[in-house]
Write a protein that binds this ligand. Sequence first.
Ligand SMILES: [Zn+2]
Length: 235
Amino acid sequence: MSICAKSKIFVLVGSPGSGKGSFSEFCIKNFGWSQLSTGNLCRKHVSNNTEIGKHIDFVLKSGKLVSDNIIFDMVREWLIEQINLGKSILLDGFPRNLVQAEALNSLLNEEAFRNICLFVVKFVVSDDIVIDRLCGRLVCKNKNCQAIYSSAKGSLSRPKNDMICDKCLKELEVRADDNIETIKERLKVYHEHEASLLDFYTKKEKNIIELDASMPIKNIFCSFEEAINLMGLDS
Ligand SMILES: [Zn+2]
């Protein structure tokens, strides 16, 4: 039985290194879901020379930031496209704060979005585990690959050969911003926004699915499927 045959939007909430990226990859690969990337959307509009693209190009060339309004116009158009394709949608890193969450909420109240169910997926993991993970993170130097590995002992995502990418055989590197002080600062900023986001969605009585993100990705996904099944949703 399915209580929600509608398109679904999953807002992923979790600190950097909590596994949201691997989770998204898994869903895209196995279910053909779509993930919003505002960066990619901007680039697509610019290369297709759309009206929005021309504006973005102008703003970026004058060294300014693309305004929230333009981002929302783009996101809105993209969401409608995906919904028409019958796709479920993953939002990672958006909404990033309360202002964006409120804007997304009023967007979803529009007629075009009446068939949408929104879920919040919370990745619960301690900062200590995240710090361990991010400090041991290795990224492929190949810009077209950017596969991520972990140098941590016993990790399932260790590269087969030290410092060599399994996928493209190029060299791996530790990212400059993966040092402990930077990571702690990123976590601090993240937690400030997370609290207000979760508070917002709790008040709106949105379905919040909590996942134990200290587990390997396979287990995280099993718990996610269980939660979805419990709600009577088909993934
Ligand atoms: Zn690679």
